[in-house]
Design a protein around this ligand. Structure first.
Ligand code: GLC
Length: 753
């Protein structure tokens, strides 16, 4: 280049700090020299580039995940295989963890095999958002709790839910989710009810499946848990659940079967408890006979944290990976293989399943890259999903939506209602902005009901009272047009609720406020059902659950009418604990709380058992079979408009089609969750009815829509233990359609072969 002037046609390439390099200059010697330099640079880079594409034939994306996994497996040493089958620890786990520093700060990780181009598996809890963000200096969106998402009965919302979490996991450097809890609400006092999807296997499995499917689409391994029958927290890792196979198959296992069928999750997490004598993480019937043989599950089974109890027995039963450490699947497994107690074929199957999921879910082909999420976009999604999850339980005299013309003053009452809303605790805990919270702390998200209600209409005078002194709150309530009490019930992993009552004398507070002003509305921030001794004294009730980062705004959207509530209960609200299948929760001999990080003796035994004699009669199936009235039934939820059902026609066939018409007979647009139930023949030995399908239909005022719902054969079948297979009995099947399990105006019976 003469004097730096570039001549001839110039292609500007930026190679390191050498900018504006002319490649096509007219001086032959300068371009030759430059060409020489560029050749050397690419020559240096080539092997690294080639290594990731040509050197490893399993990097060929046109091959199946099974083929790719087998090709890697052939190259692996015994030590490398064993290294895939256990974790390296979790921050805060009270054990020596020499390699913890290699992890991404999440709940667990599995070391990479760099020689073979296999990346680290970086796991994080992610029930309703990515966990442990505070201690890692990251940011996570808190979606409404999983039970809230279930109340939307909306598979598309479940997909948005999973996609958001999958995206935030990747942005934080994770490539495996530990969300996806689907245990049925057999016991509403279960401390993790907020983390699950309610009491019906079809609803729970469908929503969990769609969440996990869309989570995996973000190139993370999805996980469905806790497999299985982990339906209470007290003594969770020493309880032996006794239940018949048919009952299991038609309740908790059915939720997993449906979820796995929809999502093809890369992983299933086996649970702490034992089932019929064997711990779930070494239970041959559930892990191999049902999950891997009957359902043909191709992914891997990982233990819950500290849920592994043996080496040879667990490996043979179908456990593929121990988390978070290597008490049984590290050195002990290596010794067992070398001693011939675990065959190489069995070990290879464990490793193959893990490698297959890494290929299948995009971990190898799409390495994680940390990035900044779109905070505002994700908060808007959280607000929208929360609005679809809030259940309107009572609306006397149409007090809701608040009439801006006549309501000139509002009292917002309740502990923290000026600053925040409660969230669910334990490993699901999402951190709000600020320092990390200790285990099982009450965590309030900075989404303020007072601010949100005030912002909804600045012309309305809004005042606050914490309710600490009920007479002060009552005095304020007396002066305003409407009193809104925000009541909460906190729950967490690791312990069950003592009862279904609101804690901290909130029932008395609500009673006194309602006595002072009958135009009282209660907004519930709960993770499960609650009893309501004051229900006849208040005018309105909203179940807002744990509503997430934008919960208060979503509640205000519903109170003001900007959002017309469409959610329905995914679990029954009983009148009292006395009506539950187990009025008294069976407690562990040692008082409860799990053993956590201690090294368990090989093949330790459960210390107590619980008999789920109600069997498959979970939730509404129990109350129906026992003829017990309930406070609010499964599938119940009001709207600001009304709907009418008509023209039911059931077309017989192997998979009958149920057709009916829904009409919006009110004055506002809305979405109606139309529910289809079926009563099986009397000799099927089933409860009065079961959910067989539903459709969420958006209707403008006056609009009608014909719905046609195919009912698949399994929804009409029972599990025959003798034949160890699903069976559809000949006989009379009654189909029922309506807006709640207790409001089914359309009924038609047909005979099926
Ligand atoms: C916990 C939970 C499980 C969680 C895991 C990692 O004990 O039972 O749901 O994913 O350990 O935190």
């Amino acid at each position: 280049m003469d004097g730096g002037k570039l001549k001839g046609s110039t292609v500007v390439t930026h190679v390191g700090h050498w900018r504006n390099i002319s490649v096509l200059s007219h001086r032959w010697w300068s371009s030759a020299a430059m060409l020489g330099v560029l050749t050397i640079i690419f020559a240096m880079a080539a092997p690294a580039i080639a290594q990731s594409s040509e050197q490893h034939p399993w990097m060929n994306k046109s091959l199946s995940s099974d083929e790719r996994a087998d090709m890697v497996l052939k190259e692996m040493t015994l030590a490398e295989k064993i290294g895939l089958l256990h974790g390296e620890g979790m921050p805060g786990w009270s054990r020596v963890m020499p390699k913890l520093y290699l992890g991404n700060g999440g709940a667990g990780f599995v070391l990479a095999v760099p020689r073979l181009g296999i990346p680290q598996i970086e796991m994080s809890d992610a029930a309703y958002g990515v966990r442990m963000s505070a201690q890692n200096g990251r940011y996570s969106t808190a979606l409404p709790a999983n039970i809230a998402a279930a109340a939307s009965w909306d598979p598309e919302a479940a997909c948005d839910y999973g996609a958001l979490i999958g995206g935030e996991l990747r942005a934080q450097g994770y490539n495996m989710s530990l969300g996806g809890g689907v245990n049925l609400t057999r016991e509403p006092r279960n401390g993790r009810t907020f983390e699950y999807q309610g009491e019906d296997p079809l609803l729970a499995g469908t929503l969990a499946g769609n969440r996990i499917k869309c989570e995996q689409a973000q190139h993370v391994i999805g996980d469905i848990k806790h497999y299985a029958m982990n339906d209470q927290e007290d003594g969770r890792d020493e309880v032996d659940v006794i239940i018949s196979r048919r009952a299991m198959r038609e309740s908790d296992l059915l939720a997993f079967q449906i979820g796995i069928g929809i999502a093809n999750p890369g992983a299933v997490m086996c649970s702490y408890n034992a089932v019929n004598g064997d711990y779930a993480c070494q239970n041959k019937y559930t892990l191999t006979d049902v999950l891997k043989k009957d359902w043909q599950f191709k992914g891997f089974v990982l233990s819950d944290w500290g849920g592994t109890h043996s080496t040879v027995k667990a490996s043979a039963a179908g456990l593929d990976m121990e988390q978070p450490l290597d008490d049984f699947f590290g050195q002990k497994l290596k010794q067992a293989v070398e001693a011939g107690k675990v065959s190489m074929a069995e070990l290879d199957d464990h490793a193959h399943r893990i490698l297959r999921s890494e290929f299948e879910d995009g971990l190898v082909d799409y390495p994680t890259q940390k990035s900044v999420i779109d905070v505002e976009a994700n908060l808007a999604i959280a607000r929208r999903i929360a609005g679809q999850s809030i259940v309107l339980l009572k609306n006397k005299d149409g007090i809701l939506p608040l009439d801006r013309k006549t309501v000139r003053s509002i009292a917002v009452i309740g502990p923290h209602a000026d600053t925040g809303m409660i969230s669910g605790g334990g490993s699901a805990q999402v951190d709000p902005p600020g320092p990390a919270s200790p285990w099982q702390a009450h965590v309030w998200f900075p989404t303020s009901p007072l601010k949100a209600v005030s912002a909804a209409d600045p012309a309305i005078k809004v005042q606050f009272d914490s309710g600490a002194d009920p007479s002060s709150a009552a005095a304020l309530a007396r002066q305003v047009d409407v009193a809104i009490v925000f009541a909460y019930q906190w729950m967490s992993e690791g312990k069950d609720l003592p009862n279904l009552s609101l804690p901290e004398n909130q029932d008395a507070l609500i009673e006194q406020v309602a006595a002072a002003n009958p135009r009282t509305i209660v907004v519930l921030e709960t993770g499960t059902a609650v009893t309501m001794p004051w229900i006849d004294k208040v005018s309105g009730v909203l179940e807002a659950w744990y509503a997430g980062s934008k919960g208060a705004d979503a509640v205000a959207d519903v109170l003001s009418g900007d959002v017309n509530p469409s959610a329905k209960l995914p679990l029954t609200f009983p009148r009292s604990e006395a009506d539950l299948p187990h009025p008294d929760l069976v407690k562990p001999p040692g008082g409860g709380g799990d053993a956590g990080a201690v090294v368990k003796p090989e093949d330790a035994k459960p210390t107590f058992s619980v008999h789920y004699d109600e069997g498959l009669k979970v939730g509404y199936k129990w109350y129906d079979a026992e003829n017990k009235p309930v406070l609010f039934p499964f599938g119940y939820g009001l709207s600001y408009t009304t709907y009418q059902y008509s023209d039911l026609k059931v077309e017989p066939g192997k998979e009958p089609t149920v057709r009916f018409v829904v009409k919006n007979t009110g004055s506002r647009a809305g979405a109606e969750i139309a529910e289809v139930y079926v009563a099986l023949p009397a000799d099927a030995g089933e409860p009065p009815k079961r959910l067989a399908g539903w459709s969420k239909v958006h209707l403008n005022p006056g609009e009608s829509r014909e719905i046609s719902l195919p009912v698949n054969a399994r929804e009409l079948s029972i599990y025959d233990e003798g034949a160890d297979a699903w069976k559809q009995l000949p006989g009379r099947y009654t189909f029922m359609v309506g807006g709640s399990s207790k409001d089914l105006p359309l009924q038609q019976a047909i005979n099926l072969p």
